[in-house]
Write a protein that binds this ligand. Structure first.
Ligand code: ZN
Length: 201
């Protein structure tokens, strides 16, 4: 009965947002209301930006970082060390590492983390393409920079097991980062330290 008071269109938007990972019903409601409360022009501009983003942004063919071109600026850069690949969960983790200016290798975005709760299995992540890259290119080191969370650790150890017999150095990002931290939110100094203190597994 109570439900009937919620306009159908609003209900639909809230439902769709709350289907996104990391959004509950409350945060979905908040986002919808924030957009409704925006000046109409700004709100429409925001929606336009979303459309433009969907049209222009796609994962880099090689590493999976979100980019506007077929290959991202990192993969196109001749000066990068192509023997090192840093494995991250999401593009924004790579952007955070780039911001430190302390890393000169390549990236591989797996697109999430293993999570039995959310039913995310290895097949849902770009892990197979990582193994292929390691096999087909002169890679000497893989740095596992998944987040220091339970799922991030499980993901790192899953990838480690697939790579351990491939005659390369496999290291894990160091722990200036507190357990449970999210790479993307770490300050540049902490992240730079964590990279510096990576340790071979
Ligand atoms: Zn790339």
């Amino acid at each position: 009965m109570k439900e009937k008071i919620i306009p159908e269109t609003l209900k639909k938007v809230v439902e769709e947002i709350s289907n996104l990972p990391g959004y509950g019903e409350k945060s979905a409601q908040k986002l919808a209301v924030n957009i409704l409360n925006m000046p109409r022009g700004e709100a429409l501009k925001l929606i336009e930006n979303f459309t433009e983003m969907l049209e222009k942004i796609h994962p880099c063919r090689e590493c999976g970082i979100y980019a506007e071109e077929e290959l991202c600026p990192v993969c196109l850069d001749e000066d990068r060390d192509k023997t090192v690949i840093c494995v991250v969960e999401e593009s924004f983790d790579a952007f955070a590492i780039e911001r430190t200016g302390k890393y000169n290798g390549l990236y591989h975005v797996i697109g999430g983390r293993l999570s039995p709760l959310e039913e995310i299995t290895p097949e849902d992540l770009n892990i197979e393409s990582l193994i292929e890259r390691v096999e087909k290119n002169p890679v000497k080191e893989v740095i596992l920079a998944t987040n220091p969370t339970v799922e991030g650790e499980a993901t790192a150890s899953y990838i480690y097991n697939l790579l351990k017999n491939k005659n390369i150095i496999i290291s894990r990002i160091g722990y200036g980062l507190p357990f449970g931290a999210i790479l993307e939110n770490a300050d540049d100094f902490t992240l730079a330290k964590a990279l510096e203190h990576k340790t071979p597994i």
